[in-house]
Unconditional design. Structure first.
Length: 561
């Protein structure tokens, strides 16, 4: 009977998980980076993705994929002597373990947080040193174990000790995509592969070969990629700012940036390469991130205590029926009024320019990244887009986002776009000296969701928790802003209001009261930008009128109709 051929899903056909793909490829280029820890959701195709990359590499060279079960014994991991041969034939026959089988390939452990500490230490030591010593019944042998070590875990099932997390070179967060287009594409690809794998794989042969050649080329040029003292200083500055323990992060920032530069066919490491890969190195090491999470969690708990209950069954229905989609549709951002008639697409950089120009990165940084790309996008020969800073400032900048999450915004279905705007702007400024605050208008009240937050991930998580419905009490929000701006005297405050301008019922008295409240409570705001989210053929133009009344900059949020 002929053995049935087993087909592997093509790596280049996998949709989403771009950070995980990038981190894996960088470890293939430079195995000394130390592997990847994937933290997050189950059922997101992690094993498929890893197996696919291993298959891609093994088509040209020996590149094994070893999936180690949680219940593996010490002998199966390290290896053992065949006792039957030893006793009966007086011969030493070594049965190699999973570590040796993974040599020159990939070793993957799912739910690695459930693995016992002893085996965990053995795996990490073997991965770091590239070999291990097997001692069995008077037998001693050194075995090679150079492999890309990948672990995945769900933190809800228990965490890893910090010192064990630190041993992984890179870490990425794995989330289930909420983009409908991606989910549909994933379903389609899977069904097509299952129905006729040979035909499906044939459609990706060219893409697979291009990616392999790019990885091969990057591996060959890796040690020739140069860097200078400015990059070393930037790595040290970033690591210090995140209060990491030890020097592993400093070294890995440069190592990973060098691998990334090689992947991009660059001969020299640049500041932008370091900034792009920094989240992979710092995701599981940053103590600054943990301190901010604790602080923001305490603030959020206090806000929840003061939160007003739902007033009507209508608001309850709104809460149940509408949830936020945190990602803006591709190429849909905001449009300046000055170019309203000519432009069909918005650009987030316009919002950056509308706000303060004093946002700067750490001292040695020469440029501020304006757009982060994924490996998939660079394969299409895209280029970096940089925004050069003309001036540096030591003044702290706090950007306050005031998000109108009232019933009219939910009804017009623009909450997702407003939220995505804030998320993308926050991500673009994640390594600059900027504090981010978030206030939500919900159910006739204002809630301070995040205060002076310096960690973008925390702000984005808070963004997911915002509730919707009810009327818009912007006066309460302006009072919150006054309390916030009185706390830090040496801070420059920028305010970005995302609203449809329908304050309460949109009446004249409400509008006049809102203007007066802003003039009374927001005197310490240095720059105001009003993002008009009003939709429909007939527009009241209240947000624009409000912006003009208080001398703010006016932008319009563009959505997909």
């Amino acid at each position: 009977m002929t053995k049935k051929q087993v087909h592997t899903f093509p790596f280049t056909a996998i949709v989403g998980q771009e950070d995980f793909k990038t981190a894996l490829i960088l470890n293939i280029i430079d195995p000394t980076i130390g592997g990847v820890l994937a933290i997050g959701d189950k059922g997101t195709g992690k094993t498929t993705l890893i197996r696919s990359l291993a298959q891609l590499m093994s088509e040209h060279n020996h590149f094994p994929f070893v999936n180690m079960p949680i219940g593996a014994s010490e002998d199966s991991v390290l290896g053992y002597l065949n006792l039957e041969k030893l006793i009966n034939d007086k011969k030493e026959e070594l049965k190699i373990g999973l570590l040796a089988k993974a040599h020159q390939g990939v070793l993957y452990v799912d739910e690695i947080n459930l693995l016992n500490d002893y085996l965990m230490d053995v795996l990490l030591d073997a991965s770091a040193s590239g070999s291990y010593q097997l001692e069995r019944e008077g037998f001693s042998k050194k075995l090679d174990s150079k492999f890309c070590f990948i672990g995945s875990m769900n933190p809800e099932e228990g965490d890893l000790r910090p010192q064990l997390k630190d041993r992984f070179g890179l870490s990425v967060n794995i989330n289930t995509t909420t983009k409908l287009e991606e989910r549909v594409k994933i379903i389609t690809n899977r069904l097509n592969f299952d129905d006729n794998p040979a035909v499906f794989i044939a459609n990706y042969i060219t893409d697979q070969e291009v990616l392999y050649q790019q990885i091969k080329s990057a591996k060959s040029r890796l040690t020739n990629v140069t860097y200078n003292n400015d990059q070393l200083l930037l790595c040290a500055t970033i690591a210090t700012a995140h209060q990491v323990e030890g020097l592993r992060a400093d070294i890995l920032l440069l190592k990973t940036a060098r691998a990334y530069a090689a992947l991009q066919n660059c001969d020299t490491v640049s500041d932008e390469h370091i900034q792009i890969i920094a989240p992979f190195v710092l995701n599981h090491r940053s103590n600054n991130l943990q301190n901010n999470q604790q602080k923001d969690s305490q603030n959020n708990q206090q806000n929840n205590k003061n939160q007003a209950p739902n007033k009507t069954q209508e608001n309850n229905n709104l809460l149940n029926e509408h949830t936020f989609n945190s990602i803006l549709p591709e190429n849909q951002f905001i449009n300046k009024v000055a170019s309203d008639n000519a432009a069909k697409k918005g650009n987030l950089e316009q919002l950056n320019n509308a706000l303060s120009t004093s946002y700067v990165a750490s001292e040695p940084q020469k440029e501020n990244i304006d757009k982060r790309k994924t490996v998939g996008q660079y394969l299409a020969k895209d280029k970096f887009e940089l925004k050069h800073q003309s001036k540096k400032s030591k003044t702290t900048v706090n950007i306050i986002f005031l998000l109108d999450s009232s019933g009219s915004m939910v009804k017009d279905n623009v909450i997702a776009y407003a939220k995505g705007l804030i998320e993308k702007f926050a991500q673009k400024n994640q390594f600059s000296k900027v504090q981010l605050s978030l206030i939500s208008l919900y159910d006739g009240d204002a809630q301070l969701i995040a205060e002076s937050c310096t960690d973008v991930k925390v702000l984005i998580e808070k963004l997911q928790e915002i509730k919707t419905g009810g009327k818009t009490n912007v006066i309460s929000a302006f009072q919150k802003i006054k309390e916030l701006t009185n706390k830090q005297l040496q801070t420059k405050y920028e305010l970005v209001i995302v609203t449809d301008g329908k304050f309460n019922d949109g009446g004249a008295n409400d509008f006049k009261a809102a203007v007066l409240a802003y003039q009374t409570y927001c005197k310490k705001i240095d720059n105001l930008t009003v993002i008009d989210a009003e939709q429909g053929q007939v527009k009241l133009g209240l947000a624009k009128t409000f912006s003009e009344s208080v001398k703010g900059k006016y932008e319009r949020l563009i959505t997909v109709s």
